[in-house]
Each structure stands twice: as structure tokens, then as C-alpha cells.
Design a binder for this molecule. Sequence first.
Ligand code: HEC
Length: 218
Amino acid sequence: MSSSLLAQIHYISALAFLVIYLIKTVLLFTSVSSLDRFAAKVKVPEMIISTLFLVTGIWLLVILGGIKVIYIIKLAMVFVAIPLAVIGFKKKKKALAFLSFLLIVGSFGMAEAGKKKPFIQSTAIVDNDGSRLNNGKKVYLENCAYCHGNDGKKAYRGAPDLSGGRNEGYTAQVVTDGKKGDIGVMPAYGGTLSFDEIADVALYIAAMGKTTPAPVTE
Ligand code: HEC
């Protein structure tokens, strides 16, 4: 399944989850008998939604193969919120249910705030000959391949195919400032990569488009 579709399902199920939690929390504070009726009615849809939410979330992480610090916090909030909500609604503990709702809202905020944040760098072993090209390759494999792929063609959530190469100046600008697209977001690396690292990765991407043509034999 495409990562963009998965991300869409993940987002919609998270939103549906939030709406159900909001209604339940309001009912817990206003009318406990309606809460029980509502909870019974949404039991099955809620199970489907939460399963979709978890499966798409894990699936996306597996495709990506990387994580951001802010997403670890987000995940921790979700995993604390769920048992709190289960106990809160079952035992009618208002404080627990409310805290759980706040955590879920907070995890949404984290996801939004983290969009332009870079991923935790991986470690790539590249021939360390001190050349700018190999240094750029290392920066690329450690930071960019999550979304763009080792060969530039992975296209995670709308990440453009870079295998044809790009203008160095343009790449350096996009990498420094990030770019919000229609489907996915290109993180901003101005705060984590040095000026030289960005210049080197731009050189590496420019070189991606310049493959040596096979010798012509007549
Ligand atoms: C979270 C996934 C992700 C990561 C990691 C990522 N990119 Fe991107 N990148 C994107 C997306 C999505 C876009 C398209 C944004 C848009 O639609 O304008 C993009 C756009 C670009 C573009 C512009 C391409 C064009 O045709 O406009 C370049 C160049 C680029 N990325 C290079 C890099 C480099 C270099 C790195 C590592 C330092 C990197 N990217 C890391 C997702 C990512």
C-alpha cells in the first residue's frame, strides 16, 4: 500500500478516535447513563478505528525505518493515554479520562509540530576518502534515504524522485529551509546539518543525475 494512502488512513482514524474520546469525555462529565449507551454503540467502530490507527502507524514506521525524537514523545503519550482512558471510562474516573483526552490532543500537537523536524540520523558506512562527494553521500544515506531512498526513488509520502539529479543551489535551499508539499513535508536541516554538509549533499544529488553512459560499441 502506498505510504501516502497509509498516512491518510492514519490521520483520519486518529481524528475519528479523537472525536469519540471527546464525546465520551463530555458525556462522562454531563450524563453517565448516556455515556454507557454511547460507549456500547461505538464499541465496534471504535475497535476498527483503533486497529486501523495502530496498524497504519506501525506500517508507516516500518516503511520509513526512522524515527524523530518528537515522535517518540508522541508515541509515549498515546501509549499512556489509552490505558488511562480504558480505566477512566470504565470506572467513571473523570480526572483519568480528562488526562487521557489531554494526552491524545497533545500527541496530535506533537505530530503537527514535528513535521518539519529531521529524523534521528542513522549511521552509514561510506568510503572515507575525504572527498566532498563521498561526504555528501554519507549525509544523504544518514538523513535523506528514509524518504528519498538510497537510489532517490523511494518516494515516501510524496518525496520527489531525486535520481535524475537537482541543481545544487536549489537543493541547498530546500534542505536548509525544508518545504511543505501537498502530500508530504520535506524537513528543514538548517539547524542540524552544517553549511558544508548541506553543500556536500547538494553536490551528491547533482551527481546522481550524471551517470556515465555505457560505452557505445559499433
Ligand atoms: C520526511 C521525509 C523526507 C526526508 C527525510 C527528506 N526529504 Fe527531501 N523531500 C521530501 C518531500 C515530501 C519533498 C517534496 C516537498 C514538496 O512537495 O514540495 C522533498 C523535496 C526535496 C527536494 C526538492 C525536490 C524537487 O523536485 O522540488 C530535494 C532536493 C530534497 N527533498 C532533498 C533532500 C535531502 C538532501 C534530504 C536529506 C538531507 C532530504 N530531502 C530528506 C521528503 C523528505
